[in-house]
Design a protein around this ligand. Sequence first.
Ligand SMILES: Nc1ncnc2c1ncn2[C@@H]1O[C@H](COP(=O)(O)OP(=O)(O)OP(=O)(O)O)[C@@H](O)[C@H]1O
Ligand SMILES: [Mg+2]
Length: 240
Amino acid sequence: MTEAAAPGSLLSLSEISLSYGKRKILDAIDLEIAPGSFTVIAGESGSGKSTLLYILGGFLRPDRGIYLFEGKRVYGRFGEFGLGRFRKKYVGFLFQDFRLLPFLTVEQNIRFPALFSGKKLAKEQLQNQMQNLGIAHRSKAYPNTVSGGEAQRTALARALLMNPPLLLLDEPTGNLDSATEAAIVAELVRLKAQGLTLVCVSHSNFIMQHADRVLRLIDGKLHEQVAVTAKPVRRPRKKS
Ligand SMILES: Nc1ncnc2c1ncn2[C@@H]1O[C@H](COP(=O)(O)OP(=O)(O)OP(=O)(O)O)[C@@H](O)[C@H]1O
Ligand SMILES: [Mg+2]
């Protein structure tokens, strides 16, 4: 087990293992992620992709192994309070099940982390993000009255608006049609160009085509998949 990240890594996992009961889900995983890179994690349902993303996001303590972020241990040095601060400072997370608060509107859900962390959010910034993701017209709706795709885009807007250095996305386009998926991939490519580091769980070939790297989780181990060539992504024209 190594305590030194490879030079140039933003984050580094060394021999990370996690079991649920007797079932080993992650088996001594090693992973280096460079800053500003776009990594896709694929794998069969139940292979442990969400579990791995929770560990990267500071939500789930592994049983064994070392997780270094900017060269410092995440789980070794932080208690629950410190992990909360780590998440707030560094991590944007799109949960596979969205985790919208049912008593807040779409707009309030998006604002919530900013309010919670005391970060000022310009109204224009919020409006632009909702427009970009095509949910502005549902801003006053409550989560139980929006479609699956709208809920997903609300959760994505909430993760993006904090402008975190590390963005972890669990199936960001699972519920979306191909035009909306293209708009979201364009947004991800734009964020990457701004220097954000993205790790995205996805089965979408379209997303994989825009990633620097595709990894596949099989039997608790990560396998590098042959790179797919990136195609330029065009944002669909907005209807006037
Ligand atoms: N808290 C838990 N306790 C026990 N088992 C769990 C727990 N969370 C997940 N599991 C199981 O661990 C395995 C990995 O779960 P995980 O959610 O990481 O898979 P996944 O690769 O994200 O799957 P999917 O593609 O369906 O989202 C699954 O078999 C799941 O049922
Ligand atoms: Mg999952």
